[in-house]
Unconditional design. Structure first.
Length: 591
């Protein structure tokens, strides 16, 4: 399969124009952009439910709002933060046409640099390159957001450290919970034609008991590939994990409306906390991505190579992991300025030593291909929609259909196993109750038993035995509520309530429909299947985090959470911890 990707890449690279790098999924500026879109409106060229976002698109988005006269003074500090994050596009060669005489400096008398005053003359003064009057140790942080940067006519480079040192205590089990991450983030552009970016992180983690149980049960650590145990180190007792994360992407722009990415990373499709289509919960994977944007349309294709099992220390160097493949496409349409509708289709399949070439057609309906070759593969369809109301409310949802037979709905025998689908409904309310930057979000997700699974246990909707969509897999009902208050750029407090009911398997042999890695041929029966059937897990998870931004993207965090299985009084987790986080963002992996 890889030679196909490389051949396409070499052909397309001969006709490229310009391109930009991507922001991390789940980053602060992703959250800021989303709420600004609700407040100011989303132009047709920007589709905020297809992630990650391009950095140049973000600057273009701010420029659009500026030209429309929509930027409000109370958001200036956050807009300036976003501008600094993507300052390669506000340099002299950028879209605003600034020259060095227009560069704006801030005081650097503090460590690294000082915060610029939020007082600016006008919104037109926001979207410009900011440099520091005095760099740290002469070479570092010449601008507020970049540890190292190079700006030339035909070349730019940005490099930043990635650090996360966190220590906590699981009070219910008297265990230390330690996080130690160190790495480097690098991005560059050359000749206004190509871009490349990579993030490399070395990790040592210990986890609470409930999460360790999940890792050991599935022999898979979500978000990681190969991992090793750190049981001999006293600081990580009782069990710690050591693993390495590396992602990289290379992008080109074929025309004004069409661009290509080749990389190893993650993608996210949706407007919610969760996605029933495709999320970043699993480990990064190798993919070729085609993006087409014209008028009010965005069409995206992803062709990916996945692993059907997970690596262990004993298999590395001895066993080639079995491969499987994914082809997906999503079409997003801005029907009205504040109403977006999208359709999604994906197919997971397994072939011995080769890709199914018919799925390379970027515009064909996969269901028709699957039928023409004997219907051996796992095809799913979906529809999503988002409606922004006024300047404060956004309602969104997803419907995923894995398999559905209408006549079985009216069958006297209810609960046919093959009616496999999931749905999501959510609402965001920004500046709630008249309080500026108090944001509320509520979300409901439900997925029927055996959804995402397949008769060929290899072709299930997982990568390295971890779900590609919702972390809970299938056979669950979930309620999420989040509140976030950020009175200033420096301070933010967020809390969440998670409640879900999951029908688990009481043993390894039974299959009640929650474990995606099990073939649906081992199901408990054809009828009388209900959502949350099996060994019921009734989980309540409460969490709180308070963060203070000392310098740009240098955060001091304090967090605590309480987790309980209502059906098991002794299954309780209480946690308290804090630490330092630098240039690192992770989506909430509430489970």
């Amino acid at each position: 399969m890889k030679w196909i990707f490389y051949s396409c890449f070499l052909f397309l690279s001969s006709i490229v124009c310009a391109q930009s790098t991507l922001i991390p999924i789940g980053s602060d500026q992703e959250y800021y952009i989303d709420r600004l879109c609700i407040q100011y409106g989303t132009p047709a060229f920007f589709h905020r439910n297809v992630k990650p976002y391009y950095r140049k698109d973000i600057i273009d988005l701010l420029s659009y709002w500026q030209q429309e006269g929509k930027l409000q003074p109370r958001d200036h500090s956050f807009i300036r933060y976003i501008t600094n994050e993507n300052n390669e596009w506000t340099w002299a060669k950028g879209p605003l046409g600034l020259d060095e005489a227009q560069l704006h400096a801030i005081d650097s008398s503090n460590i690294f640099y000082g915060y610029e005053s939020d007082k600016v003359d006008s919104s037109a003064d926001l979207i410009r390159y900011i440099n520091s009057k005095k760099a740290f140790l002469k070479y570092f942080y010449r601008s507020p957001s970049q540890a190292v940067e190079i700006n030339q006519k035909d070349f730019y480079l940005r490099a930043n450290p990635v650090i996360h040192v966190h220590a906590g205590r699981e009070l219910s089990n008297n265990e230390n919970i330690i996080t130690n991450q160190r790495g480097l983030e690098l991005r560059m552009g050359l000749d206004d034609k190509v871009y490349a970016q990579t993030t490399i992180i070395e990790n040592q983690f210990s986890f609470p008991l409930f999460f360790r149980d999940k890792i050991e049960r599935h022999k898979s650590l979500p978000g990681a590939g190969l991992y090793k145990y750190l049981t001999t180190s006293s600081i990580y007792k009782p069990t710690g994990y050591d693993f390495f994360i590396s992602n990289a992407q290379f992008g080109i722009k074929v025309s004004k409306h069409f661009h290509v990415q080749l990389g190893h990373g993650s993608n996210f499709i949706g407007d919610g906390i969760r996605s029933l289509f495709l999320s970043d919960y699993a480990q990064e994977y190798f993919f070729l991505k085609l993006n087409t944007r014209i008028w009010r349309l965005q069409y995206q294709n992803i062709f990916a190579e996945l692993s059907a099992s997970t690596p262990t220390a004993s298999t590395i160097g001895n066993v080639l992991l079995p491969k499987k493949y994914m082809a997906s496409h999503t079409l997003q349409v801005q029907v009205l300025p504040r109403w977006t509708v999208g359709v999604f289709e994906t197919v997971l399949f397994h072939r011995k030593d080769h890709f199914e070439f018919q799925y390379l057609n970027p515009v064909i309906i996969y269901r028709s291909v699957e039928g023409s070759i004997g219907s051996p593969d796992n095809v799913m369809l979906g529809i999503n929609s988002r409606l922004d109301l006024g300047r404060q409310v956004s309602i969104y949802g997803q419907l995923l259909v894995d398999e559905f037979v209408q006549k079985e709905v009216f069958n006297s025998q209810k609960g046919w196993w093959g009616n496999k689908f999931g749905s999501q409904l959510g609402i965001k309310y920004i500046n709630a109750l008249g309080v500026h930057r108090l944001d509320l979000q509520a979300e409901y997700n439900v997925v029927r038993p055996y959804t995402y699974s397949h008769f060929d246990s290899t072709a299930n909707y997982t990568h390295q035995l971890t779900p590609l969509a919702h972390p809970l897999g299938a056979n669950f009902k979930e309620y999420l509520f989040r509140v976030k208050y950020q009175p200033t750029l420096k301070w933010v407090a967020s809390g969440s309530i998670l409640a879900y009911r999951l029908g688990d398997d009481p043993d390894r042999l039974s299959n009640y429909g929650s474990d995606l890695t099990k073939s649906y041929l081992t199901r408990i029966g054809d009828y009388n299947n209900t959502t949350t059937q099996g060994d019921l897990k009734n989980i309540l998870h409460l969490s709180l985090q308070i963060s203070y931004q000392v310098f740009h993207n240098y955060y001091l965090d304090f967090n605590t959470y309480y987790r309980k299985d209502v059906n098991s009084p002794n299954d309780v987790t209480k946690y308290l911890g804090g630490g330092l986080r630098v240039n690192l963002w992770k989506r909430d992996r509430l489970e």
